[in-house]
Design a protein around this ligand. Structure first.
Ligand SMILES: NC(=O)c1ccc[n+]([C@@H]2O[C@H](COP(=O)([O-])OP(=O)(O)OC[C@H]3O[C@@H](n4cnc5c(N)ncnc54)[C@H](O)[C@@H]3O)[C@@H](O)[C@H]2O)c1
Length: 387
């Protein structure tokens, strides 16, 4: 039996496209009872031509330039929040009050206080919800987690994550406005910490368990930029780069690095874990490969023969690998967009009696708290314990 799931999309930019595509594609690859319907989408009045083109391209039935109207509509079941961070709180609170299901992009909020308020509202309303930390559903990263859970790494000693880009190096890049709102702290909340490290932190805690404490250093390389909306040169308040050390509750030590000034890097997200039995390495520029170093068999504890040890590469395209049986034949790859399709497939499954979706808003509060601790430590120069 097919049940309609009417989507009200907030945002017609990068994530608006990624989510619209995923809602349209999910039933092509996964068998789910719910059939998403792209009902209406919101974009700012100043972005109206873009909004109209977007609605036509993806097949939305109508458009709105007032986001509140999308939430007020009786024919909308789910609000998909793909607008800048400054709008997340109000949109989620209003959607929860209206009893709508919620998908919210990351970072959940501008700060931990807002995030907590959102989690309380969503829990009070009892609405189904998910936060779009989509990298958990890159098949090779899901496999990374599976192998850790199988004991292939064993007792963990180290975890290191990087998330590097280079698109803000130029001093003439403005702040504010469409796409560049990320450089404006009033709209983004923070720089690379909320934008990029939030992903690394979500994945790290999913794989390792909680981070107990952090010490960080952040830098703003270009101190003033012209604002795209006002034309005025204004102070830049966001962190262009941030690095931090972390201690996990499992005793492992973590290093995290993120910058938008890594010349040559476009969306380089990597993670490596080293433990007693072995090690794992992944980077998003080679998204179908997972590297594994096997030192000892987790079942028997027996050491792998010396002449067989060394980094080995798993091409994550087999039917047995996470999500891959839903796509093509072994050897054929999927792409960035499939991380959103996989997320929605799991979310729809959770509505149909499957496992509860993670990360939900409550779990994303945790990531927000770690981000806040990182920013606090970067300011104070002190270690900060995460409550
Ligand atoms: N999961 C991921 O990997 C991922 C990737 C990119 C962005 N995001 C998140 O998705 C959300 C949206 O990001 P995006 O890249 O789609 O943004 P975008 O700039 O491409 O689109 C923003 C949309 O919001 C509307 N808008 C409302 N107020 C605005 C304002 N003050 N400034 C600019 N646009 C405004 C615009 O009309 C537009 O439709 C953000 O929270 C971002 O952090 C997540």
């Amino acid at each position: 039996m097919t049940k309609k799931l009417n989507i009200g999309m907030l945002g017609c930019g990068f994530m608006g496209r990624a989510h619209s595509n995923a809602w349209l594609q999910v039933n092509h690859f996964f068998s789910r009872e719910y059939q998403p319907v792209l009902k209406t989408c919101y974009g700012r009045l100043e972005d109206k031509p873009k909004l109209e083109e977007f609605a036509k391209r993806w097949g939305y039935e109508s458009i709105e330039t007032d986001w509140k109207k999308v939430i007020e509509r009786d024919d909308i079941d789910l609000i998909d929040v793909c607008v800048p961070n400054i709008m997340h709180r109000d949109a989620v609170l209003a959607a929860a009050k209206a009893g709508k299901m919620i998908v919210c992009e990351k970072p959940l909020a501008m700060n931990a206080r807002e995030a907590e308020e959102m989690a309380e509202a969503v829990e009070k309303a009892g609405v189904k919800n998910m936060v779009s930390f989509n990298y958990r559903r890159v098949p090779a990263i899901t496999l990374f987690k599976q192998l850790v859970d199988e004991g292939r790494v064993g007792r963990p000693f180290h975890y290191r994550a990087t998330y590097n880009q280079d698109y803000t190096i130029g001093a003439d890049v403005p702040q504010g406005g469409m796409a560049l709102w990320r450089l404006d702290s009033k709209v983004a909340g923070s720089g690379v910490t909320g934008d990029l490290l939030a992903h690394s932190i979500d994945t790290a805690e999913w794989i390792n368990g909680p981070i107990q404490k952090v010490t960080a250093h952040a830098e703003t390389f270009i101190k003033e930029r012209k604002h795209a909306d006002t034309g005025k040169v204004e102070k830049v308040d966001i962190d262009d780069a941030c690095m931090f050390l972390a201690v996990f509750a499992n005793g492992s030590l973590g290093t995290f690095e993120s910058t938008r000034y890594a010349r040559g890097r476009k969306n380089y997200s990597s993670m490596e874990m080293n433990g007693e039995n072995g090690a794992l390495f992944f980077d998003l520029e080679n998204a179908h490969q997972l590297k594994i170093y096997r030192y000892a068999d987790p079942g028997t504890g027996k050491k792998i023969e010396d002449h067989l040890t060394g980094w080995q590469e798993i091409l994550v395209t087999n039917f047995e690998h996470p999500y891959m049986k839903n796509y093509w034949v072994p050897g054929c790859t999927t792409g960035y967009e499939h991380t959103f399709i996989n997320s929605f497939a799991d979310f729809l499954a959770s509505l149909e009696g499957g496992p509860a979706f993670q990360p939900d808003v409550r779990q994303a509060v945790r990531t927000q708290k770690v981000c806040e601790a990182v920013l606090q430590s970067a300011k104070s120069g002190q270690w900060v314990t995460i409550p």
